[in-house]
Design a protein around this ligand. Structure first.
Ligand SMILES: [Zn+2]
Length: 505
């Protein structure tokens, strides 16, 4: 066995070749980090031995019935014959091989249901998440490489896997398909679809508001156990009374997760508006923890204005009905609200509604909490891309629409920023002018220089590089907070409070 890189300490692997003496059997899923297993460890391994490894891997982690082990080995050997070298690459990243190894959706769903029966819904979700990591659908290793920092009360991530779109039209085009099969990228018909690299996608059914929906984890999650909940039917996004009911149905069944809904409007909502879906998972968005400034009492519920740069309220109650009723009253009032002085009009020049809201539900010790951001999609001569959109002076950080997740405090910035911020740090640490590529960062550079002490403090040349990095990150987070100020539909909290008083009268 010398020279083989079966490392039990690393991944608990064992072969089925009879030489497993140095590879203690493990139970797999709970003891090892599945992300630590990559095909690279198998480089140079004869195909039969590599196939044995992956068959055992599937028994340990992918719910392969041991009775199917020989059958699976033969399927893999056949595949390896047709695709020489396939087991020498990064097998975990190979959608075709991992798709073969993954259990059929029915078995995944049966196991999920069995765990939910015995250990509860959150244990079932955690098993399902580990399943997605183990079968390569959730790109945990890539997620770990994303840049993430906190500042100005926000969480900022630089997502290296996500493409940047100049506008929502481009984003919508990227998510559109030719229309012949699996109408969009989140339709249930994608489960196992080779042409979109979704052979490893698995879903579990969820009933929301009496309708059939399903849950799946995101391959490139923005936060812990990030997933989407999708309508089984391809119907457009919409936020109405039933949306509040569905969000509460979800957190009732999965109280360890939150679930939220994008405002169903172009520019300010999700990139996929053609198919109704929600976003949620195990993370807590910064706005969900924002401090309340004022509270209004309504029957069986409390409505709070939040210390948040966007226009944000929280409805709290132990009664589901009170939460739904109160949220619906706020929604109805907001979607009819007009204030020309603020540039808020409920209907756009094309006659389409342009006010909506983005709610997220979770359960805390206070009961149900619905965190709501009021949104409006108006445009003006000054802001043709959206009055309540990131303003152009901040496009160097973010020019895409600010959806639910960002409006509630978790920013997902484009991959280019990692390189650009590194260059900016170089310039600020060494002194000297900004390069042409960095010219858009003049505002950030000036503010960081001010923070470094300006002309009176230590010169840039002496600045400690780590301190420069911390200041640059603080600056980016501060700009993200100003972007949230851009999307605020009310200029301040008293104006928001006045609106609520009218809405809930
Ligand atoms: Zn669809």
């Amino acid at each position: 066995m010398s020279g083989e890189r079966f490392s039990a300490g690393q991944d608990g692997a064992r072969t089925m070749m009879g030489d497993s003496v140095d590879m203690p059997a493990t139970t797999g899923t709970d003891t090892a980090d599945p992300a630590a297993v990559t095909g690279r460890d198998r480089v140079g391994m004869p195909p039969v031995r590599a196939v044995d490894h992956w068959v055992q891997y599937a028994v340990d982690r992918l719910d392969l019935d041991p009775r199917d082990a020989d059958w699976m080995r033969n399927r893999l050997l056949e595949y390896a014959q047709a695709h020489p070298g396939v087991f020498e690459g990064d097998v975990l990243e190979d959608d075709a091989v991992m798709g073969l190894l993954s259990a059929p959706p029915s078995r995944v769903q049966d196991t999920f249901a069995a765990i939910e029966d015995v250990d509860g819904s959150m244990a079932a979700m955690r098993w399902f998440y580990r399943y997605g990591v183990s079968n390569g659908y959730v790109k945990q290793a890539r997620l770990a490489r994303n840049v993430r920092f906190e500042g100005s009360g926000l969480v900022v991530t630089i997502n290296k896997a996500k493409p940047e779109f100049a506008d929502t039209h481009a984003a919508a085009l990227a998510n559109s398909v030719d229309g012949s099969y699996a109408q969009c990228t989140i339709c249930h018909a994608n489960e196992g679809l080779a042409s979109r690299g979704k052979r490893t996608l698995r879903t579990v059914p969820v009933t929301l508001g009496g309708e059939a929906w399903f849950w799946q984890f995101s391959p490139y999650g923005y936060f812990r156990e990030h997933g989407i909940c999708v309508n089984r039917t391809h119907v457009p996004m919409h936020v109405d009374r039933m949306a509040f009911v569905r969000l509460l149905d979800f957190v009732d069944r999965f109280p360890g997760y939150f679930l939220g809904c994008n405002a169903a409007l172009p520019r300010i909502g999700g990139s996929i508006l053609s198919h109704d879906h929600y976003q949620g998972g195990g993370g807590i968005l910064p706005m969900q923890r924002a401090v309340a400034l004022h509270a209004l009492r309504v029957p069986d519920a409390v409505v709070e204005t939040l210390d948040w740069p966007a226009s944000a309220v929280r409805v709290v109650s132990r009664s589901r009905e009170a939460v739904v009723d109160t949220c619906e009253r706020i929604r109805a009032a907001w979607t009819a609200y007009a204030d020309p002085a603020l540039g808020v009009e409920p209907v756009g020049p094309d006659g389409e509604p342009q006010s909506s809201l983005a709610p997220s539900a979770r359960i805390t010790e206070r009961g149900y909490e619905m965190n709501i951001v009021l949104r409006n999609n108006a445009v003006s001569e000054t802001y043709p891309l959206g009055v309540f959109h990131a303003h152009p002076e901040y496009f160097f950080v973010k020019r895409e629409g600010i959806g639910l997740i960002e409006a509630q405090g978790l920013f997902i910035l484009p991959a280019r920023l990692e390189r650009q911020l590194g260059q900016l740090e170089d310039v600020l640490a060494a002194g000297g002018p900004l390069s042409r590529e960095l010219s858009a960062f003049a505002l950030a550079a000036e503010e960081v220089r001010d923070a470094m002490g300006g002309n009176g403090g230590p010169g840039p040349a002496e600045a400690d590089r780590a301190r420069v990095r911390a200041l640059v990150r603080d600056e980016i987070a501060s700009i993200c907070r100003r972007i949230l100020g851009n999307i605020a539909v009310f200029p301040d909290e008293p104006a928001l409070y006045d609106f609520l008083v009218g809405a809930l009268r």
